[in-house]
Ligand binder design. Structure first.
Ligand SMILES: [Fe+2]
Length: 160
């Protein structure tokens, strides 16, 4: 039964495309890298790739949130909550104690791709449009992840 399931499934892959751009180069570049990391998820090195992916998610969320907050984006708080909800969903998935299988890796990849596309094309795009119509006098400084900015993730995933 398990074998039949595994044989018929091909890897679930959604490639980055220019249609996912929101027009903010730094954000677009980071989103593109997220797709690359999701694509790299595989059973052979799943712990390593999941860790790398989560680290980058934290960095990206922090950068995006910093940009929104500093530019005075009105929906910043709402957007922050969406990121936190995502973190909670990932934490639930990873914390359910199940062993990794090809199916579970595919399930994670599918979830991540779908969430990313839905989030980018709705909420990040909204920011992109707002950003384009509100000239920023000084470009926001992109900062690397700091311990304070990973607070919500650290709480959810525990300290490593
Ligand atoms: Fe976002």
């Amino acid at each position: 039964m398990l074998e039949a399931t595994e044989v018929k499934k091909s890897p679930y892959v959604i490639e980055w495309r220019d249609g996912f751009k929101i027009g903010v180069p730094q954000v677009d570049q980071e989103h593109r890298h997220l797709f690359t990391l999701v694509r790299a998820l595989n059973l052979a090195s799943v712990d390593q790739t999941v860790e790398e992916l989560l680290d980058y998610v934290v960095t990206h969320f922090s950068n995006e949130q910093e940009m929104m907050e500093k530019s005075g984006y009105p929906a910043f708080e709402q957007h922050l909550r969406l990121h936190e909800e995502f973190a909670a969903q990932v934490a639930d998935f990873l914390g359910n104690g199940e062993a990794w299988t090809e199916d579970r890796v595919q399930e994670l990849r599918r979830f991540l791709n779908k969430w990313l596309i839905g989030h980018i094309m709705t909420h990040d795009l909204r920011f992109g449009k707002w950003h384009a119509s509100h000239a920023v006098v000084a470009p926001p400084v992109i900062q690397q992840t700091t311990p304070a900015s990973v607070g919500f993730f650290a709480r959810l995933f525990g300290s490593k």
